[in-house]
Ligand binder design. Sequence first.
Ligand code: FAD
Ligand code: SF4
Length: 476
Amino acid sequence: MGKATGFLEFRRATPADNPPALRIESFAEFHNHMDVEKLRIQCARCMDCGVPFCHTGLAPDKGGIGCPLNNLIPEWNDLVYKGNIPEAYRRLSKTSNFPEFTGRVCPALCEGSCTAGLILEPVAIKNAEVHIIDYMYEHNLIKPYVPQTRTGKTVAVAGAGPAGLAAADTLNKLGHSVTVYERDDRVGGLLMYGIPNMKLDKKIIDRRVNLMKEEGVQFVTNTEITDLGELRGRFDAVVLSTGARKPRPLSVQGSDLSGVYYAVDFLKAATKSYLDSSAEHIDCSDKNVIVVGGGDTGTDCVATSIRLGARSVTQLEIMDKLPEKRNDRNPWPTFPRVLKTDYGQEEAITKFGGDPRVYLTTIEKITGTDGKVTHVHTTGVKFENGRFTPVGETTAREADIVLIAMGFVGAEDSIKGVPLSQRGVISTKKDAVNTVDTELAGVFAAGDARRGQSLVVWAIREGRDAAFACDKYLQN
Ligand SMILES: Cc1cc2nc3c(=O)[nH]c(=O)nc-3n(C[C@H](O)[C@H](O)[C@H](O)COP(=O)(O)OP(=O)(O)OC[C@H]3O[C@@H](n4cnc5c(N)ncnc54)[C@H](O)[C@@H]3O)c2cc1C
Ligand code: SF4
């Protein structure tokens, strides 16, 4: 522990984001980094707990306790406090392939479990993480690691999201020859074409992918894998990391009208047109946008619609508001499920003068004129005996664009020969947490494709697990 009394002397402080009125003018990242002296003080708050819950990575089914990567958080907090960033990076890179991604987009399960948060506020762990990796890049201290010897074994990775990238990076460093196949024109999965640029600048992904190329990983984009048997015939082992992109449909009258889109299609088009000026986004200018779904994907749709010039944005949520504080069913050290006003809502409040979220509301039908959506008809709901029942009057809300952000129901079944479980994800031996071996020899599954829609940090963890299991198989 750097400073024994740090947690008594200093309170949590994090850098202010760019103000909403400024940041909605562009797709530039809006989180700011912390001045290094202020960050050292924040790291001095870490108590180097006997049982550091921040790094346990347990109970994902209950919302998660601590970092799924088991990052050695107390060690690098101490090293940042002492000003030794290169050594902090060495500790961080033992467990994490891509801290520049998680340091930007992770909800920080670690902070939800930090002991300091029991009484006061958690240590600013995520700020330390992003500072360490960005410092290393900025000072040209990240060098390509090319293995001295190769094993002669070949591995195909299907899908280049964070799970596939973590698997490829780890396998390559273990000396295997890795080829990553990606259906999209760019590498990154939902990091690239889901999470908007203002949360994760796409140059950060390209920087890492270029490093991996220098290290020997081969990337083949614009290529969809359709037949597992064919891939197994060409490679010694296969990692399947194709995500869980099958969206939950909105099954109401009118959902086939023009102007109704799935969230990821909308977000992908926005990022693609931001990156390639010739590509078209879905035009929101002067349009009334209704986002169906109050989760993080819905929030990304709110923020993107605002940047694309929407006249109004409403976000419908079937669930009730979360509580302001943890309740008895959500005790420390599980991740706090409490009400937050995220960046998209902050921006809507600034632009339109009110929180866009409407709770306990569902859609009855969508109506339109000449095949185009004009209204979304909603009604209130109450939750009774385990189900939602409609209450109150129907409200007709003007809408030009409806964005469906109601979650995902599982993996796509586009690859011949891939076994799917009853949950609609790739089935692995026990279908249990962190079991990445499928019933097929030399075939491993990782990330959302195996566990269902989750988080970047879990995808990276599973990519690493799949790589180590694959390495064991290849080494017989
Ligand atoms: C809009 C949105 C915002 C999110 N924001 C966050 C966030 O802020 N923080 C967070 O932690 N998590 C977030 N998530 C969740 C997170 O992005 C995912 O959990 C994570 O990306 C899963 O990684 P993955 O590698 O398993 O799958 P994906 O990222 O989905 O990547 C799978 C890749 O496989 C490719 N593919 C699919 N089939 C084939 C095939 N047959 N052949 C070749 N390639 C194929 C796909 O094109 C894709 O590139 C968000 C999700 C969404 C939808
Ligand atoms: S739980 Fe918090 S205070 Fe304890 S070691 Fe982890 S970061 Fe430090």
